[in-house]
Design a protein around this ligand. Sequence first.
Ligand code: NAD
Ligand code: UDP
Length: 338
Amino acid sequence: MAILITGGCGYIGSHTCIEMIKAGYDIVVIDNYYNSKPEALKRTRELAGKDFPFYECDIRDAEGLKKIFAAHNIEAVIHFAGLKAVGESVSKPLEYFDNNVGGTVTLCEVMRDCGCKRMIFSSSATVYGMKNPSPLNETMEIGGVTNPYGRTKWMVEQVLDDLCYSDPEWSAVKLRYFNPIGAHESGRIGEDPNGIPNNLMPYVSQVAVGKLQQLAVFGDDYDTHDGTGVRDFIHVVDLARGHVKAVAYALAHTGCEAINLGTGHGYSVLDLVKAFEKVNGVKVPYRIAPRREGDIAVCYSDPSKAAKLLGWEAELGLEDMCRDSWRWQSGNPKGYDA
Ligand code: NAD
Ligand code: UDP
């Protein structure tokens, strides 16, 4: 029996492969390398200390997927594969709906036809929209999402709800991630964005390593303790371990559950910058810039459902996240291209 991991060469997927193998699971990985590199797979295999089958395959390729299901006894799927750049989704909505929504529907069809009905899906705190107050919990109404990327997550959540409702054999765990940052403690794998990063931590670490000149802090007039935006940053290894627990849950239960993966603590943009400087002994020059369109002031989780259903809670703190992000960035200034 094996667990199929789609998008397993990406940032969160690569860390999850390692934690799944550590927990004793056999895994099969697929990725189309749209946003990842073979070097990430090579290093993931090294860190896992065990080889595993890999297929260069697109989740929209039903025939390719069927061959993989025929070759392996897959009992559940952890589904990371998707496009994730908010700005790009505004200019390329059709690509986002095709890949994230269409791709997931194709994957689910193949799973159903092959008798595998257990899925762990990468959703996002973005589905809570702009209006729900933090701490965000899973009973809140979702929607009101402001961009196509977020809407693909919201739509796939509906697809999985309807699928589980239609067939009681299905099990789907919709994991709503807060803000994953950090890297494997070895510094060998981490987040390797193309071009100029959109997200805070890769931007901060590229400024610290001298690749970028200065961080723009988007707004210092929010209603928060220092005026900058507050987020629930979570170490990617904690997040990966949450998937290990979610697989065990999906194997033991049917039905559809949304579960937050966050720490429950909010830190501001400047809290993160200061922690990064202190832990790593480096400078992160910044300037205050206007607010970024679509941003909310505060977003953090109520993580109690994950504790209750999965027996999972985040263990690593902001300093661990800053230290590990820096170890990866400083050791690999050009990411996997070095
Ligand atoms: P990533 O881009 O690093 O990883 C995604 C992987 O999927 C990449 O390796 C990419 O090549 C692959 N992929 C994309 N489309 C594919 C397709 N059609 N077929 C096969 N492979 C495909 O992203 P990540 O940060 O590791 O995120 C993983 C998942 O978690 C995504 O679905 C993302 O939307 C979701 N998520 C991420 C965050 C975050 O902040 N990183 C937050 C919430 C949710
Ligand atoms: N942010 C910033 N400068 C940047 C990138 C992000 O000030 O270059 C802020 C952003 O406004 C938000 C927080 O950092 O308050 C987290 O943003 P990110 O894009 O990492 O994640 P989001 O919460 O938007 O998914």
